[in-house]
Design a protein around this ligand. Structure first.
Ligand code: NOJ
Length: 520
């Protein structure tokens, strides 16, 4: 079987996972030192967010050299050692790939700035003259996902204003021109570079990006910023048909390396559009955002699950599930914060881990970490500046992992963590939670273990049971393992079966609000 089909993939936000050299920023050696923990947690694979050479305007999603390691994270030798050690621990290693844009510090973009309009150097990006006779208006009305216009004007050495370039994210992330064969050849080189070093797959950033419509027409839709927009209908910035050719190229390369896979970050509205990315000659998996967007309500959760299943119904890919990630408020906070949010996040962990397909767990999710209320001066996400300090960005859910001990570094670093770690982390450390059988970490460990060895976790079809209002219950077709979730405000009767695991204590044999149970 393809290893990813039922895998639990653990997302390592490299900056925030573990710091071996004491500079306050996580690194590759730090990850290596924690592989034993990941093995204990029972996950199958790890996905590393970008660790490539980068000025870190978007913390690595602005790549200056896609075939080298940024010194803050280590070097290629550290990477090779990590690959080897990961495999020794029985884990697969997936790395991020950022094909939509480069850093403005990439040698190509620097050359483009030095070159004249119409030059081959500029043709690797989207440079255009501005509108209005004096060119002072951006070439079209597109907005950046991070806020503000998607265009920035460049100036000649003498200060004379010139062309504009396109960036769907920050100004430090110019979009590549995917009609240029050089851009294709370079990605192919990057793929082979990491495949030859032994990676087991890629997570493809903005897999619905890259291709742009001819002429870059104005958007008729009200283009809006935001990483998880509700829909892309009529939005010319994303999901252009030609992007599928890029995925076919990626797949053709991967097909030369047995056992490797690509999971795309696919943010499109429609199930049918989603499925197009998963055709037999495209991506192996699509990372789907349905559960990330769903509130803690049984009907919304069921709707998200049904849409996710529908979007892979006609293709070979398995569905994917995530309730957390580095771009979204952490589940504990999103579901209400405090004890309530924690109870709900634990319940949703049981729901996702019961589902068929690939489950993504974001570092710290297994500890039930909440978002951190950071002071303004600590904020580093470009969203904070680009929104004119109206949106706080994503730092609150990227605060480093608390491993053991106390402030300031909680075992994450011996130095000063790049984002301040709050006092409440003291009781949420890995060390504390490993000792406590009732902790969120212990719950997730048990759930992952059961998912791996219990026969109820086989098969890809789901059967839904009738359930009281505000509740849901399902099992994989042909098995006896039932997952029940109560999002109502009343305790309800459990479905028949022996209780295997619950996300919180039962109430006199009833399933209390904000709780989930597995029964067999
Ligand atoms: C999606 C990534 O998940 C996000 O963190 C990043 O800022 C954008 N893509 C741009 O690369």
């Amino acid at each position: 079987m393809q290893w990813w089909r039922e895998a639990v993939v653990y997302q390592v936000y490299v900056r925030s996972f573990s710091d071996a050299d004491g500079d306050g920023v996580g690194d590759l050696d730090g990850i290596r030192s924690r592989l034993g923990y990941l093995e204990l947690l029972g996950v199958d694979a790890i996905w590393l967010t970008p660790f490539y050479t980068s000025p870190m305007a978007d913390h690595g999603y602005d790549v200056a050299d896609p075939r080298d390691v940024d010194p803050v994270f280590g070097d290629l030798a550290a990477f090779d050692t990590l690959v080897e050690a990961t495999h020794e621990h029985g884990l697969k290693l997936v790395v991020d790939l950022v094909p939509n844009h480069t850093s403005s510090e990439h040698e190509w973009f620097r050359a483009a700035l030095d070159a004249a309009p119409g030059s081959p150097e500029r043709a690797r990006y989207h440079f255009r003259a501005g509108r209005r006779p004096d060119g002072a208006q951006p070439p079209n009305n597109w907005t950046s996902v991070f806020g503000g216009p998607a265009w920035t004007r460049v100036h000649a050495a003498d200060g004379e204003p010139g062309e504009w370039y396109l960036h769907l994210f920050s100004a430090e992330q110019p979009d590549l021109n995917w009609t240029n064969p050089e851009v294709w050849a370079d990605l192919e080189k990057t793929l082979r570079f990491w495949l030859d070093r032994g990676v087991d797959g890629f997570r493809i950033d903005v897999a619905h990006g890259m291709s742009k419509p001819d002429g870059l027409p104005d958007s008729m839709a009200a283009t809006r910023s935001g990483l998880l927009p509700g829909g892309r209908d009529g939005d010319p910035r994303f999901d252009h048909d030609d992007v599928h050719d890029v995925h076919r190229m990626i797949r053709a390369v991967l097909d030369h390396y047995p056992g490797r896979m690509a999971v795309g970050e696919v943010s499109v509205r429609d199930d049918a559009r989603f499925a197009r990315y998963l055709r037999p000659d495209e991506l192996h998996l699509g990372f789907n955002f349905r559960l990330l967007r769903a509130p803690f309500e049984a009907a919304a959760v069921r709707d998200a699950v049904e849409h996710s299943l529908a979007s892979v119904a006609g293709v070979a890919a398995t569905p994917t599930w995530a309730i957390a990630g580095h771009d979204v408020s952490r589940p504990v906070t999103r579901y209400g914060g405090g004890e309530l949010g924690t109870a709900r996040a634990r319940a949703m962990a049981l729901v996702t881990l019961a589902l068929p397909g690939t489950v993504f767990v974001y570092n710290g999710e297994e500890l039930g970490l909440p978002d951190v209320d950071l002071p303004d001066e600590a904020l580093q996400d470009p969203v904070w500046e680009r929104s004119g300090h109206t949106e706080r960005g994503r730092d609150a859910f990227r605060v480093p992992m608390p491993w053991e001990g106390g402030a300031p570094g909680y075992g994450f670093t011996e130095g000063v963590p790049w984002l301040p770690m709050p006092p409440e982390y003291g009781e949420l450390t890995v060390a504390e939670q490993l000792e406590d059988t009732a902790s969120t970490l212990s719950l997730v460990r048990r759930a992952v273990e059961l998912r791996r060895r219990h026969p109820g976790f086989t098969g890809t079809e789901l059967e839904w049971f009738g359930a009281p209002v505000g509740c849901l219950a399902f099992r994989r077709a042909g098995t006896t393992l039932v997952c029940a979730l109560n999002t109502s405000d009343q305790a309800v009767a459990l479905p028949p079966g022996d209780v295997l695991l619950t996300s919180g204590p039962l109430d006199d044999g009833l399933l209390p609000p904000d709780t989930a149970a597995w029964l067999a």
